[in-house]
Design a protein around this ligand. Structure first.
Ligand code: ZN
Length: 230
């Protein structure tokens, strides 16, 4: 017979809410609308409202929430969100560098493990990796105290004319796109020549000095962040 554990207000799902609010709020830490949150987390708007009310009523409150005005992380919520992001990115780096996972597989593993590792494990991973600043997707790893440089990259989809740009980071959210970009040679640090924009919103690009032209779908182009062109 299997004994099912009573689901307590599950800390994994709390972590995922905090991370999503951090990501959607962006570097400006804007208020996040609850339907944007529902969409990102793939849950019903009513459950989002319910959870946000719980998070706002906790001790300490993890968010500031007013219906119709959206949600902000409290200081405690932001600290926890950054800690989970730090775990996530250190785990991804470890899987990639030490265990030789393909880059498109690290995110899913990290999504599971990020909630459970101890401070000690986190410190050991960090030391083993030589205190990395970036994960393999090109995202900054927050420091132990939560400090993290502000990201100032822009999506490739913002580039509307011919230009030469450098890839800053790749979104880790869609494994198929991460794999496609890796096999194309679109990785952090790669130089891209943007040849033009397609009617479908995608981009034609060449990598480095190659003349071969790749067509990126709008979704793939949106997953690539570049250093803002001058
Ligand atoms: Zn990831």
């Amino acid at each position: 017979m299997t004994v099912r554990r009573q689901p307590n207000p599950n800390s994994e799902s709390v972590d995922n809410y905090l991370k999503a609010i951090l990501a959607l709020g962006g570097p400006e830490e804007n208020r996040v609308a609850s339907n944007a949150l529902a969409q990102r987390l793939g849950v019903a708007p009513a459950s989002v409202t319910n959870m946000l009310q719980k998070l706002a009523a906790g001790l300490p409150p993890l968010v500031e929430y007013e219906r119709h005005r959206g949600v902000l992380l409290s200081d405690a919520g932001k600290r926890r969100a950054l800690e989970v992001v730090r775990h996530h990115r250190l785990i991804e780096t470890f899987l990639y560098e030490v265990l030789n996972y393909p880059i498109e597989e690290v995110h899913e593993e990290a999504e599971r493990l990020e909630h459970f590792i101890s401070e000690r494990f986190e410190e050991r991973i960090e030391a083993k990796l030589g205190y990395p600043k970036m994960d393999p997707h090109g995202h900054c790893i927050p420091a132990m105290d939560g400090r993290m440089p502000k990201e100032n990259s822009v999506p490739l989809t913002h580039v509307v004319r011919k230009a030469t740009v450098v890839v800053d980071s790749i979104s880790d959210r869609d494994a198929a796109i991460v794999k496609l970009l890796r096999t194309t040679g679109i990785v952090p640090g790669a130089q891209l020549r943007v040849r033009g924009r397609h009617a479908d919103g995608g981009h034609d690009v060449s990598i480095g000095s190659s003349v071969k032209v790749y067509h990126l779908s709008p979704e793939a182009a949106d997953a690539v962040k570049i250093h803002p062109p001058p």
